[in-house]
Design a protein around this ligand. Structure first.
Ligand code: SF4
Length: 237
């Protein structure tokens, strides 16, 4: 069984996952944890004064952050985001398991779509499907979500689908230090990326090849990986 975080790392770089496994280092840093916790505090933050917000690990100015939270309140699922059915819920599917930061009950309009691998079929008078939410401590991209987060969201949706024996056609990724929520639908492309990452995570039995691109500059293992040294060597000819 592969963890949600491992399959996401494999989507980023299989070699990075190799280093994480070797060090057995999966602790969430305190700063990241504090940012994730903001996802459970929107109602008290939306009207909080500048002084309070400045003490929190938000990634926007207090005014911009309050504006983003006000926009969140216009979402149909806002009530469920602030009062989820389950929080930090452990979900185990056929292939992956891990903690889902929130599970929203009955996401309404999203019945039908991909069956999440269970073959389950919704009947018309069912409640809508549940929606898993992955919370990121980081910045969102300009549009959509970063690929490893999409893979993690798909893994969570598939696990929830397996657990509930019903379709889960989408997941959400929340960026609470910015006040933004993005949707991830389980399209063919997203499912294919998830399967690729799953295969890569399973296949690791020694250091996989380096990816050696922009990803390396943000990677905490670049020193031991040697990508910096190799770039320097190539610069020196
Ligand atoms: S430095 Fe680059 S190749 Fe090495 S583990 Fe990190 S992302 Fe992968």
């Amino acid at each position: 069984m592969i963890s949600f975080s491992d399959v996401a790392r494999a989507a980023y770089c299989p070699r990075q996952l190799y280093y994480v496994r070797r060090a057995d280092e999966r602790r969430v840093p305190p700063e990241a944890s504090a940012r994730i916790d903001l996802a459970y505090r929107y109602p008290s933050l939306v009207g909080a004064p500048d002084a309070t917000l400045r003490r929190l690990p938000i990634r926007r100015s207090p005014a911009a952050y309050r504006r983003n939270l006000s926009r969140l309140r216009e979402r149909d699922d806002y009530d469920r985001l602030v009062d989820p059915d389950r929080t930090r819920a452990f979900c185990a599917g056929k292939d992956c398991h891990g903690r889902v930061h929130k599970v929203l009950a009955d996401s309404g309009a999203d019945g039908g779509g991909a069956d999440g691998g269970t073959g389950a079929v919704d009947t018309p008078d069912d409640d809508g499907p549940p929606t898993p939410v992955i919370v990121s401590p980081g910045e969102p991209p300009e549009n959509g979500v970063w690929e490893p987060q999409a893979v993690r969201a798909v893994a969570a949706a598939k696990a929830l689908s397996w657990e509930r024996e019903r379709t889960v056609p989408r997941a959400l990724v929340e960026y609470p230090s910015v006040g933004v929520v993005r949707s991830v639908r389980l399209t063919r492309r997203k499912l294919a990326a998830y399967r690729r990452a799953l295969r890569a995570a399973r296949a690791i039995d020694g250091p996989p090849p380096r990816v050696d691109d922009d990803r390396c500059s943000a990677c905490e293992y670049r020193d031991q990986c040697g990508t910096g040294r190799r770039s320097l060597r190539s610069l020196l000819g």
